[in-house]
Design a binder for this molecule. Structure first.
Ligand SMILES: Cc1cc2nc3c(=O)[nH]c(=O)nc-3n(C[C@H](O)[C@H](O)[C@H](O)COP(=O)(O)O)c2cc1C
Ligand SMILES: *[C@@H]1O[C@H](CO)[C@@H](O)[C@H](O)[C@H]1NC(C)=O
Ligand SMILES: *[C@@H]1O[C@H](CO)[C@@H](O)[C@H](O)[C@H]1NC(C)=O
Ligand SMILES: *[C@@H]1O[C@H](CO)[C@@H](O)[C@H](O)[C@H]1NC(C)=O
Length: 315
């Protein structure tokens, strides 16, 4: 099959601002958008302990705010990460974001009163929880006796074109109270159907912050920039060192035991494209806009304009 030249060469224009965004803003000084790092710099399972007991993980890592997401396509998770960062930087809370699926819930009744728990819950199907929250909801309905030491707030994510609009958020809001838990900030919900989900989340978040200030008397810190990652320069390493990544997509690539020129390719099996041409489009020092051509001819991939484009450059 003949490929036309548009398929052979992909023309991507990177403005300096985009490059700067990815190189600096994205990776270093815009921590709330790091999906992998939590506010306190802890990654997913946090603190190197490998436990499915959420209370143990909270205690060992000294956490006093837990953000749980019931999420299928990542919106609730994304909101948790953003909120976690803000709770940490504004209120000094020691936050942890967790996926329901990573923990067992039978001991949840013993949660400490000091821990503030934020539930961000999407609804799917016929008013059902997301896959990752099924077990938790079952625990809540069938096993949880009393949750008198739980202090919580809930935000529901839904779409009002569905019959069971925000069924899970609402159910959680009422069930937790029925089980004796104490709500420290009002229930809120967002509507994808009206396209107002982001605004709804932000206004709920503001209400929660009001409540933290007024009802819980948490003191708000003056906002100052705090990086979530630290860059340490290591003169003792060279690019030939085994522990230095040159942008290889995964371990298999480093080990070289998989033929990476064979597809099918996707985001976890990226095609290592050759750059065939680059040229600077501006003649001024103030701005830079680089024209880059990638050769995809052996990949069987077709290029379409992505919503976001990241670039890893290696020497
Ligand atoms: C297949 C499907 C089924 C859904 N069912 C419901 C529903 O029953 N009730 C509701 O309020 N929202 C429903 N939604 C909307 C989602 O809950 C909403 O888009 C939410 O923001 C998704 O969050 P997430 O990205 O964290 O998974 C549904 C969405 C999809 C794609
Ligand atoms: C949340 O629960 C409280 C107390 O049970 C109730 O007053 C409120 O109406 C609930 N909100 C929704 C949207 O169900
Ligand atoms: C907390 O305080 C706000 C006012 O800041 C109030 O509207 C709200 O009802 C209070 N209670 C809860 C549970 O949020
Ligand atoms: C909300 O649901 C309707 C019906 O399924 C769908 O057409 C619409 O795209 C959804 N909105 C969003 C933002 O997902």
């Amino acid at each position: 099959m003949a490929l036309d030249s548009l398929d052979l060469y992909v023309v991507i224009i990177l403005t300096l601002s985009v490059a700067a965004y990815f190189a600096k803003g994205y990776f270093f000084d815009k921590p709330e958008s790091t999906g992998f790092l939590n506010a306190d710099g802890g990654a997913g399972g946090v603190g190197g302990i490998n436990s499915r007991n959420i209370l143990e993980v909270l205690a060992k890592n000294n956490k006093n705010a837990l953000l749980l997401f019931g999420s299928q396509t990542g919106t609730a998770e994304d909101y948790c990460n953003k909120m976690s960062k803000e709770l940490s930087s504004r209120f000094g809370l020691h936050t942890m974001v967790a996926d329901f699926a990573d923990y067992d819930w039978e001991k949840f009744e013993e949660i400490k009163e000091e821990t503030l728990v934020f539930f961000l819950m999407a609804t799917y199907g016929e008013g059902e929880p997301t896959d990752n929250a099924i077990e938790f909801m079952e625990y809540l309905e069938n096993e949880a006796d009393t949750l008198s030491s739980l202090r919580f707030t809930v935000f529901g994510l839904g779409n009002s074109t569905y019959e069971f609009y925000n069924a899970i958020g609402r159910k959680l809001n009422t069930t937790l109270e029925e089980k004796g838990a104490e709500r420290f900030a009002e229930y809120g919900e967002g509507d994808d159907g009206l396209g107002t989900l982001d605004e709804d989340f932000l206004s709920w978040k503001d209400n929660v912050f009001d409540s933290l200030r007024n009802n819980l008397s948490l003191e708000e810190k003056e906002l100052k920039y705090e990086p979530s990652v630290k860059v340490i320069e290591r003169d003792d390493l060279t690019k030939d060192d085994n522990s230095v990544s040159l942008g290889e997509p995964n371990k298999k690539h480093i080990a070289g035991d998989v033929d990476l020129t064979k597809g099918p390719f996707d985001h976890t099996h990226p095609y290592i494209a050759q750059i065939t041409a680059t040229k600077e489009l501006f003649n001024t020092k103030e701005r830079s806009c680089v024209h880059v051509e990638f050769d995809l001819s052996d990949s069987n991939l077709k290029y379409t304009t992505p919503p976001a484009f990241g670039c890893l450059a290696t020497e």
